[in-house]
Design a binder for this molecule. Structure first.
Ligand SMILES: [Cu+2]
Length: 476
């Protein structure tokens, strides 16, 4: 067991000698040193406004989607934070809560924001039933502060508090998460975001008008259950952003012409191609820091692999409500995509009637695709994410996972992060229904175009499902 006193001695011995003497040279009383900063808890899953720094070096704060930034106290020039690892109840979407593990009342934990060169001291109190630790993903720091249980430190036993202390040496986008029983603790939601802002002007870091961040995470929670199944490796049924699913994810709002930065970190077990509509962005930073200008190119989708962070930046110069989502369709639609047989093209007429004589409530699902599901008012088990909901101004958006919107408005005020509502399409700029002459029978291409003799000889008034297998391929 390590007492706080011997811990600080270790810090001194482990190479933080300058730090140790810096602390020792200031006139902090032993009482003040020993006093834990009061932990700040968050009870709301809403997106909190940016936390403007009122002590320490100035910076432009980030906004965490459905999250918040942890306040700190200055103690003789050191920024002190207090993280409490504990069981939490997280609302994932209106109508569904999950019993997770997190920090300071929420999962993910609060975002930690500091400035390049800041000396940071983080108290971590463990209120979990098993030991934990915190790894500061991506940071340059003394080896003894890296947080790998067994390798860099003993685990933080239940009820104990450990102190991490280091200088935030390089600006950029980081994460934190346990390095103790990771499979359990990360599947239960223990993770958080970290942003180190540049000290003054930086040649590779532009000032952004809006700076958003969130983590990609995933859970496997059976319908009607509250606790994630921690043994699941790939087949998750809740693909989430900051432990929220659409329509529970806040929109990203911007004033037309704003420079928008979006920072994403991936702590799931698969990659997520993050895609934006209506704009091209550049990746201005990765987990290793700012990207050199010559290595940036415009794109509309960036793949964020497991353990990676990406910063995308663009000028929000197209007004509207633009979809912003993971491009794996199962990840935007969530539980919908799992364990339901494909019924497209299967004719149930007659069959359903016969079954109805035996089972009055029998109904057929997915005969014309899955879109019907968004209209059904089926009784769902308690505490289930409604399937494919989230209504837009023109009906269901048919999404239920890693999906949100970028809302660009001419008159969105600087610093206003409130939802401006639905974008009113200017007259004549929206797709519309064709109401001219009806469709005549399709004219077929010549036989050389790949239609078989047999098919082209068929009468055109029958509709037929033709399944063509690829030729000359083996091993599919
Ligand atoms: Cu995805």
């Amino acid at each position: 067991m390590i007492t706080r006193r011997s811990f600080f001695k270790r810090v001194g011995q482990a190479g933080g000698l300058a730090a140790f003497s810096a602390v020792a040279s200031t006139a902090v009383s032993k009482v003040a040193m020993a006093a834990l900063p009061e932990p700040v808890l968050q009870t709301s899953p809403d997106t909190m406004p940016p936390l403007m720094p009122n002590t320490g070096r100035p910076y432009n704060p980030v906004v965490t989607l459905n999250g918040w930034t942890l306040p700190w106290r200055m103690n003789a020039g050191v920024k002190e934070f207090h993280l409490v690892a504990e069981p939490v109840v997280r609302e994932m979407a209106p109508g569904m809560v999950a019993h997770l593990w997190g920090y300071n009342g929420q999962s993910p934990g609060p975002t930690i924001e500091v400035v390049e060169g800041d000396r940071v001291r983080i108290f971590v109190t463990n209120k979990l039933p098993e030991h934990t630790s915190v790894h500061w993903h991506g940071q340059r720091l003394p080896n003894g502060m890296d947080g790998v249980t067994g390798l860099n430190q003993p685990g933080i036993a239940p009820g104990k508090t450990f102190v991490y202390e280091f200088v935030a040496r390089r600006p950029g986008t980081f994460m934190y998460h346990p390095h103790a029983d990771e499979m359990t603790q990360m599947a239960m939601g223990m993770m958080g975001f970290w942003v180190t802002h540049p000290k003054g002007k930086h040649p590779l870091i532009e000032e952004a008008d809006r700076d958003y961040c969130f983590l990609l995470n995933a859970y496997d929670i059976d319908p009607g259950a509250y606790t994630p199944k921690i043994m699941t490796m790939l087949d998750f049924n809740l693909w989430t952003w900051n432990s929220r699913v659409f329509p529970g994810i806040s929109p990203l709002v911007a004033r037309k012409g704003d420079r928008v930065r979006i920072r994403v970190g991936n702590l799931t077990m698969t990659n997520h191609p993050i895609h934006i509509h209506g704009h091209e962005f550049e990746v201005t930073g990765t987990d290793g820091g700012p990207t050199p200008k010559g290595a940036r190119w415009p794109e509309v989708t960036v793949d964020v692999a497991v353990g990676q962070m990406r910063q995308m930046e663009f000028i929000a110069d197209e007004e509207g409500d633009w979809a912003f989502h993971c491009h794996k369709s199962h990840h935007t639609m969530n539980a919908m995509g799992h364990n339901v047989p494909t019924m497209i093209g299967v004719d149930h007429r007659g069959l359903a009637g016969k079954i109805n004589q035996l089972i009055p409530d029998y109904m057929v699902m997915g005969e014309r695709g899955m879109s019907d599901m968004s209209e059904m008012q089926m009784p769902l088990p308690d505490n289930t994410v409604p399937m494919m909901t989230g209504d837009g101004p023109y009906g269901s958006v048919e999404m239920g996972g890693m999906f949100s919107m970028l809302k660009v408005r001419k008159n969105q005020k600087a610093g206003d992060y409130s939802d401006p509502g639905w974008y009113p399409q200017p007259t004549g700029t929206q797709a519309y229904e064709y109401t001219g002459a009806p469709l005549t029978a399709p004219r077929r291409q010549s036989q050389a175009g790949g239609v078989s003799m047999q098919q082209s000889n068929r009468p055109t008034n029958t509709i037929e499902l033709q399944v063509r297998k690829p030729q000359g391929h083996q091993g599919h």
